[in-house]
Structure formats: C-alpha cells, structure tokens
Design a protein around this ligand. Structure first.
Ligand code: ASP
Length: 445
C-alpha cells in the first residue's frame, strides 16, 4: 500500500497543526509522499500566506512599502520555527524573499514561496526529504502537465527510502521558470504525484470530515457521505459543492486511484472515499438513493415562442448560435412544442440581455419572448436512484406538498442526477425538504 497525503492550508497553519500531521504520518507508514499547501488562516481575522504574498506584489506594483505585509508572513514562519525548534535558516530565506520583491519580479515565483517555505519547515519537522516542486512537477509551455517528464524527474528521489515532502501549487516550465497553478492548486499537485507513483490512495487532508450530504449552512448537521463515485462528485461540484480543486480529479481518475478526504483535526473519522466505482461495496452496504443535494442560485430563463418551431429544421441551432456569438455558456435548454427556454447564469446574461433578446426576436421571427429571473437549480445526486422506480415523482410530490413550485426539470439518461429549477425564494426550503424526506426519513420506494 502506497499513499500520497496532501495537507491543505489550515492543516499547516501553525505549530499545533504540524504536530497533528506528525501524528497522522507516524501512524501510517504507507504514506510515501506528503504534499503541503502554504500556511493558511489560524482564525477568521487571520490571512493566508498566499493572499499576503499577492498583496506584497500589489504593494511593489504601486510603489508602496510591502514591509508591514511581509512582517505578517515572517511572523507565521518564525513562530512555527521557534515553537518546533526547527533549524531552517529563516534569515537567509527572508533575505532572498526581499531580493525577489522588486518591480518586474516574477509573480509566480513570489507566490510559490508560501508553499516552498511551509514545506521546508514541514520536511524538517517530519524528518523527511524536501523535494522542490520545481525539480519534479513539470509543465509544458501550454500550461498542461508533462506526466512523463514529471515521473522521470521524481524517479531518483524514489530510490531513497523514507518520506518525500513536496510543496504543492507550483512547478516549472521546460525552461526551468517557476509557474503556479490556479488557486487551491496543491490538490492538483497531490493528484499528479499520486498518478505518477501509481498510489493506492490519494489522501486529501483538510479541515472538514469529508463531504456532506447537503450544505451545513442550509441543513443543520447534515450527514457525512462515506463514499461517492467520481461521476457523482463531478455533478455535485459542478452544482456548487466544493471540496477539491476540479482539476485534481482527472489525474487520479485516469488511474482509478481512490481519493480519501480526511480531517486533520479529527483523524479518527474515516472521511469520504471517492471511487471510480462503488458497485462491489454497495452490494453489502446498500447506499441511500440520494448521495448528495446541492444547488446554485442566480439563473435567468429566457423563453422564446413561435408556432410550429419544433418542426422548423435548424431553428434551435440558429437560436443557440446567438448565445454562442455573445460567448454565453448555457446551463440547459428545455424544449416545448412551440417554444424553448434557455437557462443561463444571470451574471453572464445581464450585460447583454437586451442585445440577445433583440437578436433572437428578429433573427428567429419569434412571436413572444419572456425573461424570468431568480431561478435556482437544485441537483439531487445519487447512483442509488437508478434502481428506484418513481424517484423523480416522489421528489416532485414532496416539493409540491411543501408548496414549492418546480419551474424546470432535467434528468440525464445516466440517471445519477435530477435537476429541478425553483424560485430563488424556495431554494433553501427545497433542499431541506429533500434532505428531510430522503435522508432523515429514508423514504423507500
Ligand atoms: N496556497 C495556494 C492557495 O491559497 C494553493 C493551495 O493552498 O492549494 O490558493
């Protein structure tokens, strides 16, 4: 058994968190690689090192002193070093950082220093081998990862025994220049490394005990999801449930490596397992019909009507081309006999709404065009729904009983999600109703 364990910003925020990591690693000799984010926030009023580094850059750009901001960063690292009595020469490291803070500096190199310094300290504390991400994580010039080259670069380090401790979030371009990933990118680094070493599990340690069935800001104490498939996760995260960086899924999914979301503050909790396929496990431990309920607010529906439009060849294509022309990405397109609707994020359509309506009306010779705002989409996701007859009927009936009007309905042929559109006002109530009925009362069909 070989594991890659990635620790997020809150897991490396201070010396106490470092100690928790040591206990976790000590208990599990199968962890071969540790990936670390930069120190995150300690409390609500604190700041992430990465944010502070971006702020230092802005200060330099505007010709202002970055020292007060750098002092906040420096304090975090000095506290950890002092509390854990680590030997890293921080005077030298911060002198280098100050040299870097010049007009025209590389922003990527600057912000990568958060992960670099945190991981130097962590490697020291865990008695592991520090491996600089710029020496192993290799990008191509188009920004995609060169997996073969990354594997090659990692090989010599794998010959050594013991733990490898590697910063997340950055790597190097073919010319050796440091490049960072998008925000939250340490998740991606962990997934890449799990891929190249063919890990059995990719552990992602954070400050929540895995994924929850529903948003805890809407449902009180929602249950934890013990296992979920990649496909379900994709549906959930597309509709707003964010636990992992989107781009971290592909490298592990490609090799069928399970992801285990764990809580550094509660290591006894087994967290959530994300698997390619849950079929075997589901045979003995039958899942609830619904795995998760999530949703997003702020959609607009444009409904266009024209008699006999459904038999007019190319009608829908011409309509969609108008949206394409304005570079709008469409959420869904429910079609009627003499009308169709387009559901789109309000913030995308708002700036060009009247131009789009005008083009639709004139180019398609519409009889009527209507706009409705304040639509919410709720995704009910579950691999278990497929086997249960009458699932959508039951969901609609429950929402009806609670006086929630359904405006749109969408279910793909794979049957792992049902998406309903409701008024923004009913958003929270709809999620609570579905949770109450299908999770708490475990309505069987
Ligand atoms: N430190 C980076 C960020 O705050 C990357 C990460 O934490 O994964 O976005």
């Amino acid at each position: 058994m070989v594991k890659v364990a990635k620790f997020g910003g809150s897991s490396v925020a201070n010396a106490q968190q470092f100690e928790k990591i040591k206990n976790i690693i000590r208990r599990d000799p199968s962890v071969r690689i540790v990936v670390s984010s930069a120190c995150g926030k300690i409390g609500k009023d604190d700041h992430k090192v990465t944010d502070l580094l971006y702020l230092c850059h802005a200060h330099v750009q505007y010709g202002m002193s970055y020292e007060p901001v750098l002092a906040l960063i420096e304090k975090k690292y000095r506290d950890i070093q002092k509390d854990l009595q680590l030997s890293l020469n921080l005077d030298e490291e911060f002198a280098k950082l100050r040299d870097l803070l010049q007009p025209g500096m590389s922003l990527d190199e600057l912000v990568s220093r958060g992960e670099y310094l945190t991981t130097r300290l962590l490697a020291d504390y865990l008695h592991g081998t520090f491996v600089d991400a710029k020496d192993v994580i290799q990008f191509q010039y188009d920004g995609s990862i060169d997996f073969d080259k990354t594997k090659q670069c990692l090989q010599p380090y794998l010959k050594e025994k013991g733990l490898l401790v590697i910063p997340g979030f950055y790597g190097a371009l073919p010319n050796g220049v440091i490049k960072v990933m998008s925000r939250g990118g340490s998740d991606i680094t962990g997934a890449i490394l799990a891929n190249v070493i063919d890990a059995n599990v990719y552990e992602n340690w954070t400050d929540v005990s895995g994924m929850l069935v529903a948003d805890p800001r809407i449902v009180t104490n929602p249950r934890q999801i013990s296992r979920i498939t990649y496909a379900e996760l994709r549906e959930m995260s597309y509709m707003g449930a964010n636990v992992l960086h989107d781009e971290s899924i592909f490298p592990v999914k490609q090799k069928h490596i399970p992801i285990n979301i764990r809580n550094t503050n509660h290591p006894e909790n087994p967290g959530t397992m994300i698997l390619e396929d849950c079929e075997e496990l589901d045979k003995t431990d039958i899942p609830t019909a619904i795995t998760g309920i999530t949703g997003k607010q702020g959609f607009t529906v444009i409904t266009a009507a024209k008699g006999h439009s459904s038999s007019e060849v190319g009608f829908l294509r011409r309509a969609l081309e108008i949206f394409e022309h304005y570079k709008l990405s469409i959420e869904s397109v429910p079609i009627g006999v003499d009308s169709f609707s387009v559901i789109i994020e309000s913030k995308q359509i708002e700036p060009v709404l009247y131009a789009v309506m005008n083009d639709l009306k004139t180019q398609l010779e519409l009889e009527e065009i209507k706009v409705q705002n304040h639509l919410s989409l709720i995704a009910v996701v579950g691999r278990g729904m497929k086997e249960r007859l009458g699932m959508s009927g039951k969901i609609f009936a429950e929402l009806g009983k609670h006086s929630i009007n359904i405006k749109t309905i969408n279910q793909g042929a794979d049957e792992i999600s049902i998406i309903v559109g409701v008024d923004d006002r009913d958003f929270r109530n709809a999620i609570r109703t579905i949770y109450q009925t299908f999770i708490l009362q475990e309505v069987t069909l």
